[in-house]
Design a binder for this molecule. Structure first.
Ligand SMILES: *Cc1c(COP(=O)(O)O)cnc(C)c1O
Length: 435
């Protein structure tokens, strides 16, 4: 039985994918560097790092070796009451590269659990001290994951509609576009000044899922400073921005005021296996340092601190911290800037922006930028057919490549986008005819 696609459709429920009405998934045989190889021998450039996770390219031999070595030595052990070298090394190395205020590492399974842990850590910080604070501030458009706590602090929209009544209350401030910073500042300050805010959670500098929206680091700095002055725990969700994505190792490196809690995942293992990390300051930790059992942080997952995943993350850090990797990130940004100059005045696009290795722009369509903007349904197959994996968010087209991508491959992506902009008017026309 080799009709894999039929077998897939009978047995598998894919993420973020309707069960009816979509094209079949593509069968991938193998992946190397930035290329995904399909079973029908097509080659597709992974221009979105397989959902923003991959940083060193696919099937990297150095990572594969580290994983294989660890798999044969110690594949897993319960992490309560036991520990091991890969986890200890990873925690130490993370603390070395994270802002110096971070002092403890808590492992979990993915980005959603990393933010769940961050939120729980912040709430229990106050609970352990008998302080009543129960409000949480988040930014409109936020995405912090798909579990209930993470969903609660994320944007409410079509994706969360079935669950809205079960999500806890969150005070949302508007997105701090440069044109409305004063207004957002007032909203933020009003909430903070009520003195019942426990925590403020945010994606620093770039909000990913809402369409790679960039806001001013200085404005975020001002918010963090004010929040911390009022003893509000600031949680930076660096699940997407961490590990060099914005050029610097962490978005927090571009801030003067450092977060109290940081959430990491995606690039942590180079994008090869899932793992989440939540780090915190000595101050957060101090609220848990007690002989009173009830002040324990009772949270854990079966696979917390998995040795293979830790070994992989350590190997990924080896690569991340090389000069080559840093040069690659700078090179990508330089290439993006040159391309942006080329297209920023194109009549069909607006709001072109670059932050580190990410480049994004919006297509001028008549509708808003929501995920259901129909532009997306024509863009995705168009690019796949040309051998480029781009997965637009509504009418936002973005590139977020593995750092090892060559200038040639980058240029091919740019050319494909340029070609698309040339073809777009006639694509639209034929669509209208078909309606
Ligand atoms: C992807 C993402 C998450 C969720 O991570 P998962 O591993 O998919 O659960 C959380 N926060 C941000 C900012 C993300 O980009």
């Amino acid at each position: 039985m080799t009709d894999w696609i039929k077998r897939d459709s009978e047995a598998i429920w894919h993420p973020f994918t309707p069960l009816e009405g979509l094209d079949s998934p593509l069968m991938i045989e193998k992946a190397q560097g930035v290329y995904l190889h399909t079973t029908d021998e097509r080659k597709i450039i992974d221009a979105i790092s397989s959902w923003w996770v991959n940083i060193h390219g696919h099937s990297h031999p150095y990572l594969a070796k580290a994983l294989a070595y660890q798999a044969q030595k110690l594949e897993h052990v319960i992490f309560a009451g036991f520990t091991h070298q890969p986890a200890i090394e990873l925690a130490e190395r993370l603390l070395n590269i994270l802002p110096s205020t971070q002092s403890k590492i808590f492992f979990s399974d993915n980005g959603s659990t990393a933010t769940e842990v961050g939120i729980k850590m912040a709430f229990q910080y106050f609970h352990n001290q008998g302080i009543k604070k129960n409000k949480i501030i988040a930014i409109e458009g936020a995405y912090h994951g798909d579990t209930f706590g993470a969903m609660s602090v994320g944007d409410r929209g079509p994706f969360t509609a079935p669950f809205d009544t079960f999500l806890f209350d969150v005070a949302f401030i508007e997105f701090p576009h440069s044109c409305q910073e004063d207004k957002v500042w007032q909203q933020f300050k009003n909430y903070i000044d009520q003195d019942d805010v426990a925590t403020f959670i945010f994606e620093p500098i770039v909000q990913g899922a809402s369409g790679m929206r960039v806001y001013d680091a200085k404005f975020l700095d001002k918010m963090i400073a004010y929040a911390q002055q009022k003893e509000v725990i600031c949680i930076a969700d660096e699940v997407m921005t961490g590990f060099g994505r914005l050029g610097t190792l962490f978005a927090a490196d571009q801030l003067e005021h450092k977060p109290d809690i940081m959430c990491l995942s995606k690039g942590l293992t180079g994008g090869a296996l899932p793992m989440g990390v939540t780090s915190c300051t000595a101050n957060i930790q101090s609220a848990y340092q007690s002989n009173d059992l009830m002040k324990t942080f009772f949270h854990g997952h079966s696979f917390t601190g998995n040795p293979m995943t830790c070994a992989l993350a350590n190997a990924s850090l080896d690569l991340l911290l090389t000069e080559t990797c840093e040069e690659n990130r700078q090179r990508i940004e330089t290439q993006h800037r040159a391309f942006l100059k080329h297209i920023e005045h194109h009549a069909l696009i607006r709001n072109a922006r670059i932050m580190g290795t990410i480049m994004a722009f919006e297509l001028n369509t008549d509708k808003d930028t929501s995920y259901f903007n129909e532009a997306r349904h024509h863009l995705y197959p168009y690019f796949i057919e040309k051998g480029v994996l781009l997965r637009p968010l509504g009418n936002v087209i973005y590139i977020i490549p593995p750092y090892v991508i060559s200038n040639n491959d980058l240029n091919y992506i740019y050319q494909t986008i340029t070609q698309f902009l040339a073809d777009y008017p006639s694509i639209l026309k034929s669509l209208k005819k078909n309606q």
